[in-house]
Design a protein around this ligand. Structure first.
Ligand code: C2E
Ligand code: CA
Ligand code: CA
Length: 616
């Protein structure tokens, strides 16, 4: 049977049981009251008759019928009296009062009567009897009033209790409804959440018309959050939700999957061209500037799409494919659309295989560090950058450009980062044991490594456990990492600085630069990306750009490291413009720890034929 009917039946049963209990209680009270009222009527009658009997003795002794009749008058005042007789000692009536039949109601006949005899005394001797019969109707009236009042009170109480319980039940139902709602919907945007979308997807996959899944990831959401605060971020997400809902075809479903990731499920499935037009319409709609708290917010979304069931035949697959397409769209530049392709499917497979190998490799200790020295203008080594190197038993050397992004997206970068700290400790100890002093080594940090507080804690604990102090290690952060949470008091950047570690902004110029942030960060170094450095001696634009970067950094008391220095002419130009340190294949490629010993021992000019460990 339907749960609703069962619930209603159960409620009626509860109501019937409560009513029966209340009625039984009322009945019990009424029986007691009946007994009490009956006693009281009898007592009242006895008292009244006693008083009359006291005044009646003279009338009986002197046999005065008139006086006896007058005395009975007192009893006639009582409307309950039906008959009253004053009897002499021989039983003969001296006076009789009988209520006329016309004054008796039918109710009185039904109500029954009480009879009572009281002796009339004179000088301690009985001189006659007063006999009274009275109707019990007043007693019944009193009882009826009592029952009425009792039932009224009980009914009011029960009604009140019922109302209260109804309110309580309504509140419980509301709470239950809210919980059910939150299990399926996102509270900020009121859109279905990931779980709910998954169910809608499964349903759409079972239907004949097919479906299409669009995944939209906001391109610049973190920036909005950082620049304008979380209220602006929330407003941007809410506006995105609202716009998607408005832009969808009737019957299509928009959903919010995570922080800045949205989805639209189209059912039935359009063809590829119509899908692209649809996605572009959504993107154009989202790109309308949004005014919030005195600022114009500009939103853009990268969109990936998959056609169902042609390209994926279950919900998980559909999500994975749409995600791969969306990532591809992001890579192509912001605000773009990409439909899933078989090539993307293969890329997805090989990415998954790489991720598995990476996990295995971490367990097997397949990772090492290579060190690339940083030189000052006199070609003396002033520091090193530590770079992860992975030699897989079958794949051979895998480039960091391939495995670092996979490690970041899979979260394995956290373990990799900790393993690299351990490796650095061992290498430093090895050199120390040989009496070689080493300038600070810079380790690269990804945002994913310290996004979650528990990861940050593990990282800091590892630093402490390995006793890697600020004299031995520094950190390189890409710009996106720097600007993520800088204003928070527990910002990781500030925590590291508070512990005395030197920080450098990596790949400077390629990311999201802002002088205000640079000033707030107070990093020790910026590393100018090799994109600007390579060939700068021969390129006026590059030279002017790098020159101004050097000036700005120095004005903020930061030193400058030029990356990717390969040409003598570039080295000379960099020295001329005041660049502090240089790093690049022109000086030395990243080398394995054993070769660092030679560098430390000589600690001078570029080695004759530097070896890249990936090549051996
Ligand atoms: P990056 O931090 O910009 O590292 C410098 C990259 O430039 C290194 O590539 C290095 O080999 C290369 N390089 C240095 N000098 C020259 C040059 O003169 N010419 C050219 N063409 N390239 C030069 P690599 O080792 O392949 O690392 C790539 C990226 O992977 C690094 O870029 C860094 O972002 C990341 N990475 C490497 N190791 C780690 C690590 O342990 N943790 C994290 N989070 N990221 C790492
Ligand atoms: Ca770096
Ligand atoms: Ca770099």
């Amino acid at each position: 049977m339907n749960a609703k009917i069962l619930d209603a039946l159960e409620r009626w049963r509860e109501l019937a049981v409560s009513l029966a209990a209340l009625l039984t209680f009322a009945l019990l009270l009424s029986v007691m009251q009946y007994w009490r009222l009956q006693q009281r009527q009898l007592e009242d009658l006895r008292t009244q008759a006693g008083i009359v009997a006291q005044t009646a003795s003279a009338a009986l002794v002197f046999d005065s019928r008139d006086e006896a009749g007058e005395i009975l008058q007192a009893l006639r005042q009582n409307p309950a009296t039906l008959r009253a007789r004053l009897l002499k000692r021989d039983g003969q009536p001296s006076a009789v009062y009988t209520r006329p039949a016309a004054q008796r109601s039918r109710l009185e006949a039904w109500a029954g009567q009480v009879a009572l005899e009281v002796p009339v005394m004179a000088d301690g001797q009985a001189v006659g009897t007063l006999s009274v019969e009275a109707s019990r109707l007043p007693m019944w009236w009193d009882l009826a009033q009592f029952i009425g009042a009792t039932l009224g009170t009980l009914a009011a109480t029960a009604g009140l209790a019922w109302l209260l319980s109804k309110r309580l039940r309504a509140q419980m139902q509301e709470a239950e409804r809210r919980t059910r709602y939150l299990a399926r919907f996102d509270a900020l945007t009121d859109l279905p959440n990931r779980e709910h979308l998954r169910r809608l997807l499964e349903k759409a996959l079972r239907q004949d018309g097919g479906a299409a899944l669009l995944l939209l990831d906001l391109d610049n959401f973190t920036q909005i959050n950082d620049q304008f605060g979380h209220a602006a971020g929330d407003a941007a997400l809410q506006a995105t939700g609202q716009r998607l809902r408005q832009l969808c075809r009737p019957g299509d479903a928009a959903a919010r999957l995570s922080a800045d990731e949205f989805a639209v499920l189209l059912s039935p499935r359009p063809d590829a061209a119509a899908l692209q037009a649809y996605a572009q319409r959504l993107q154009a709609g989202l790109a309308q500037p949004l005014f919030f708290d005195g600022h114009w917010l500009h939103l853009h979304a990268s969109t990936g799409a998959v056609l169902l069931p042609d390209q994926a035949d279950d919900a998980s697959d559909a999500m994975r494919c749409a995600d791969a397409a969306m990532r591809q769209a992001k890579q192509m530049g912001k605000d773009t659309f990409q439909l899933f392709t078989p090539q993307l499917g293969e890329a997805l497979q090989s990415r998954l295989a790489l991720e598995n190998d990476l996990r295995e490799g971490l367990m097997q200790g397949e990772f090492q560090l290579a060190y690339q020295p940083q030189y000052d203008t006199t070609r003396r080594i002033r520091g090193f950058e530590a770079l992860a190197r992975w030699r897989h038993p079958e794949r051979g050397w895998v480039s960091p450009a391939d495995f670092i992004p996979v490690a970041e997206s899979s979260g394995l970068i956290v373990e990799l980062g900790l393993a690299m700290l351990g490796q650095l400790r061992r290498d430093l100890d090895g050199w120390k044991a040989k009496g070689l002093g080493c300038p600070p080594v810079a380790i690269n940090l990804s945002w994913e490594q310290c996004r979650k507080p528990q990861h940050r804690d593990r990282f800091l604990q590892q630093l402490k456990a390995l006793q890697l102090g600020p004299g031995e290690v520094e950190f390189e952060l890409t710009e996106s990492l720097n600007f993520e949470d800088i204003d928070k008091p527990d910002s990781f950047v500030f925590t590291l600085q508070g512990l005395g570690y030197g920080l450098a902004i990596d790949d400077f110029g390629t990311g999201y630069s802002s002088l205000a942030y640079l000033r707030r960060l107070r990093c020790r170094k910026i590393k100018i990306d090799r994109l600007f450095v390579h060939g700068l001696a021969a390129n006026d634009d590059s030279r002017m750009l790098v020159e101004s970067m050097v000036r700005v950094a120095h004005a903020m008391r930061m030193s400058v490291v030029a990356e990717g220095v390969e040409l003598d002419a570039d080295e000379a130009a960099l020295i001329a413009m005041g660049c502090d340190l240089m790093q690049g294949f022109g000086f030395c490629k990243p080398v394995p720890p054993a070769q660092v010993e030679a560098l430390l021992a000589g600690s001078l000019v570029r080695p004759v034929s530097p070896a890249e460990p990936a090549a051996d």
